[in-house]
Design a protein around this ligand. Structure first.
Ligand code: NDP
Length: 399
C-alpha cells in the first residue's frame, strides 16, 4: 500500500493531488500539508476525503515541523511542491525519518538568487547511507526536458553535442502582467544573468540580452530569450559529450516592459527595505499584489510548446531532432481546473512519484531525472495528458 505526503497546496500541488487521486493503483492514500491549511482543506473537499485522507498545517522552513508530520503520517514518499527555499529542511526531515523525497525545483537560499544543485547533491552520501532516494526536478523544465534528453541520447544518437531547451507559452490570460507560477520564484529566475555551457565552460550574458525568433509547433514565431535554467547544470554533468547547452524562454513585449519598469524602480529586489518601521522585501510585496497564478486558469486561451532540440551523431552522420509537447490551457482547465504551466509541472511530479513507488525508478541516493531509464516515464507522459512528438529537422540555431 503506497501512502504519499504532498507538501504545498498551490497551483502545481492542486494538479498533482488531482492526478494522484485518480491513480488508485499507485497512490492508495494521499495526505496534504502546507502553510495555509485552508488551501489543503479546500483541495481535500474538492477531491474527496476518501482519497485525501488528512491535512496538516506546517511551516516547511522548519525541519522539525516536517519531521513531526512525517512521523504521524508515515508516508512512503514526500512530494515537495512548496517553494525551493523549503527543499533542504524537507530533505533533512526525510533523512531523519528515512523517507523517500521528490521535488520540482532546486534549492535556493531566500536571501540570494542562486540556482545550483550543489546543496542538494551534497546529500548524496547521506541518502545512500540511509537507504533512501531523492528524485530532483520532476516537473517539466526541469523534469520532462531532462527525460527528453535522455530519451534522445538512448534512442536517436551515439553521442549528443548540442542541446537547446525551448519553452514557449503561447497562451493569453488577459492580464496586463502576471506570472504563470509563483511570482517571487519566477521573477528571481528571469532577472538573473544568462548563462550557458560552451566548450567545457559556463559563459554569461546580460539578463535577457540574447534573442532568437523561433518557430514553435502549433503556435508560430515567438521572440525567445537566452537564460540560465537549472537543468543545464545536471545535463552537462551527465552528458559530458555536450559541446553546448542552452535554455530559451519566450516573453512578449508587454511582459518585458512591465518587468523593466518594476526592476527600474526596485520592485524586484530581494534586499529588505525599511517601510513604516518594518523590514519588507520588495519582491515579496510585489508577489502579494500580482495575480495568483492559479487564478489565471479560467478563460486562459492558447497553448504551450516546450521541448528540446538535440544535435548529435548517429552512425557517423550528424542530425537534429526536436522532442516537444503542446499543452492547451483551456483543456487543462476543463480537466483539472488549472492552467497549462501548473499542469505541465504537476503531471510529471505525479509520474516521477508513481515510478518511485512502484520500484521502476528506485535506488538509494540523490538523482536527477536523466539518470534513470527514460522509457517508462515517456510512456506515462503519453498516458496522463502530456503526449510528446519527435521530429527530425534542421537545427534553427547557428553554430
Ligand atoms: P505556489 O506559490 O502556487 O504554491 C506554493 C505552495 O507552497 C503554497 O501552497 C504555499 O503556501 C506553500 N508554502 C510556501 N512556503 C511554505 C512553507 N514555509 N511551509 C509550508 N508550505 C509553504 O507555487 P507553484 O505551485 O506555482 O509552484 C510550486 C513549485 O513548483 C515551486 O517550487 C516552483 O518553483 C516549482 N515549479 C517547477 C516547474 C518545473 O517545470 N520544474 C515549473 C513551475 C513551478 P501558502 O498558500 O501559504 O502561500
Amino acid at each position: 500500500m503506497a501512502r504519499v505526503l504532498i507538501i504545498g497546496a498551490g497551483g502545481v500541488a492542486a494538479v498533482t493531488v488531482k492526478k494522484c487521486a485518480r491513480l488508485t493503483e499507485h497512490f492508495d492514500e494521499i495526505y496534504l500539508a502546507s502553510r495555509t491549511v485552508s488551501k489543503c482543506v479546500a483541495l481535500q473537499e474538492e477531491v474527496g476525503k476518501d482519497r485525501v485522507k488528512g491535512v496538516y498545517a506546517l511551516n516547511a522552513d522548519i525541519a522539525a515541523e516536517v519531521e513531526a508530520v512525517i512521523n504521524e503520517v508515515q508516508p512512503d514518499l514526500v512530494i515537495n511542491l512548496a517553494l525551493p527555499y523549503q527543499d533542504l529542511p524537507i530533505m533533512d526531515a526525510c533523512l531523519a525519518t528515512k523517507t523517500d523525497y521528490l521535488d520540482t525545483a532546486n534549492y535556493e537560499p531566500k536571501d540570494e538568487a542562486k540556482f545550483e544543485y550543489s546543496w542538494q547533491w551534497a546529500y548524496q552520501q547521506k541518502f545512500q547511507d540511509a537507504g533512501i532516494m531523492a528524485l530532483l526536478g520532476s516537473g517539466f523544465d526541469p523534469g520532462v526536458t531532462n527525460v527528453y534528453t535522455a530519451y534522445a541520447a538512448k534512442h536517436y544518437f551515439d553521442e549528443i553535442h548540442y542541446l537547446d531547451i525551448v519553452d514557449c507559452n503561447g497562451g493569453d490570460h488577459g492580464q496586463a502582467f502576471a506570472t504563470n507560477f509563483n511570482p517571487e520564484i519566477n521573477i528571481r529566475e528571469i532577472t538573473q544573468r544568462g548563462r550557458f555551457w560552451e566548450d567545457g565552460e559556463w559563459k554569461e550574458t546580460d539578463p535577457l540580452s540574447v534573442r532568437e525568433d523561433l518557430d514553435y509547433q502549433n503556435i508560430g514565431v515567438r521572440a525567445s530569450y537566452l537564460m540560465f535554467h537549472e537543468e543545464l547544470e545536471s545535463l552537462v554533468k551527465h552528458f559530458p559529450t555536450l559541446k553546448r547547452a542552452r535554455f530559451w524562454m519566450t516573453f512578449g513585449e508587454a511582459y518585458l516592459t512591465h518587468l523593466r519598469v518594476l526592476e527600474g524602480i526596485g520592485m524586484t529586489s530581494i534586499e529588505p527595505i525599511e517601510y513604516q518601521g518594518q523590514q519588507i522585501v520588495p519582491l515579496e510585496f510585489l508577489k502579494a499584489v500580482l495575480p495568483n497564478p492559479g487564478s489565471l486558469a479560467e478563460g486562459y486561451t492558447g497553448k504551450t510548446c516546450i521541448g528540446t532540440y538535440i544535435t548529435g551523431v548517429k552512425d557517423g552522420q550528424e542530425k537534429t531532432i526536436f522532442i516537444y509537447n503542446n499543452c492547451d490551457h483551456a483543456a487543462c482547465y476543463e480537466e483539472v481546473g488549472a492552467q497549462a504551466v501548473s499542469y505541465t509541472t504537476g503531471v510529471p511530479a505525479m509520474i516521477g512519484s508513481a515510478l518511485m513507488l512502484n520500484g521502476t525508478w528506485k535506488k538509494p541516493g540523490v538523482w536527477n531525472m536523466e539518470q534513470f531509464d527514460p522509457d517508462p516515464f515517456m510512456a506515462m507522459l503519453n498516458e496522463h495528458g502530456l503526449p510528446w512528438h519527435v521530429i527530425e529537422c534542421d537545427s534553427p540555431f547557428k553554430r
